[in-house]
Write a protein that binds this ligand. Structure first.
Ligand code: SF4
Ligand code: SF4
Length: 198
């Protein structure tokens, strides 16, 4: 898609926000492409890491935040290791996800953030992955209630591969610790996101 680059259209605020939160100097990126060349999931990303870095520099938050890029990142850190400018790109990808979840920038239209939220909620509430709860919540929230239910879901239930009963952490103290840890992380993320620019 054509994008007309004009100095007056460059939104510095987005780059500054990402740089402050990730503590990475994204303006140092000189577009060598080594990060994208090594990224194992670049082929599936709407914008591979090199493009994502350029979009941050240009303040193109609308396009980047509504793309699958950061959600497809598997945090392997290959890009970080390869970057000649010593930018921790994996950390930048994590930062984009945190910013999207915190609602400061437009959340992606795709369903990946919904899955990400349900996945973490499952661990927060049960201490482990509760497959049926996750599948049910994901299908309902993505408005596709019967996705993967027939025949695969039913077969897995009949074979005892997934259970209706969540596997909880049975030690109540550990359970409380788990919930508190999630609360602390969420509070810290929000504080970081919404604190004023230094
Ligand atoms: S950390 Fe993410 S962006 Fe970097 S190479 Fe791995 S998958 Fe790609
Ligand atoms: S490897 Fe580093 S300098 Fe090269 S394009 Fe990626 S982020 Fe930019």
């Amino acid at each position: 898609m054509k994008y007309e680059l004009q100095l007056k259209n460059i939104k510095e605020g987005f780059r500054k926000d990402v740089e402050r939160l990730s503590q990475q100097k994204i303006s140092n990126c000189y577009q060598c492409g080594k990060c994208s060349a090594g990224c194992p999931v670049a082929y599936a990303m709407e914008y591979p890491p090199t493009m994502a870095m350029r979009m941050i520099q240009l303040g193109m938050h609308d396009r980047l935040m509504s793309a699958n890029t950061s959600w497809f990142c598997v945090s392997c850190e290959t890009c970080t290791t390869r970057c000649p400018r010593e930018i921790d790109i994996a950390k930048v990808m994590d930062t984009l996800k945190i910013m999207a979840q915190a609602g400061k920038y437009k959340l992606s239209d795709n369903e990946i953030p919904i899955f990400d939220w349900i996945f973490l909620k499952s661990i927060e509430l049960t201490g482990k992955i509760y497959e049926i709860g996750m599948i049910g919540a994901y299908n309902m929230l993505s408005l596709n209630p019967f996705k993967d239910v027939f025949p695969m879901g039913v077969k897995m239930i009949l074979k005892g591969k997934i259970s209706f009963i969540p596997h909880l952490i049975y030690n109540p103290i550990e359970m409380i610790k788990n919930i508190r840890m999630f609360k602390r992380i969420k509070k810290k993320d929000r504080e970081r996101i919404y604190e004023k620019n230094a």
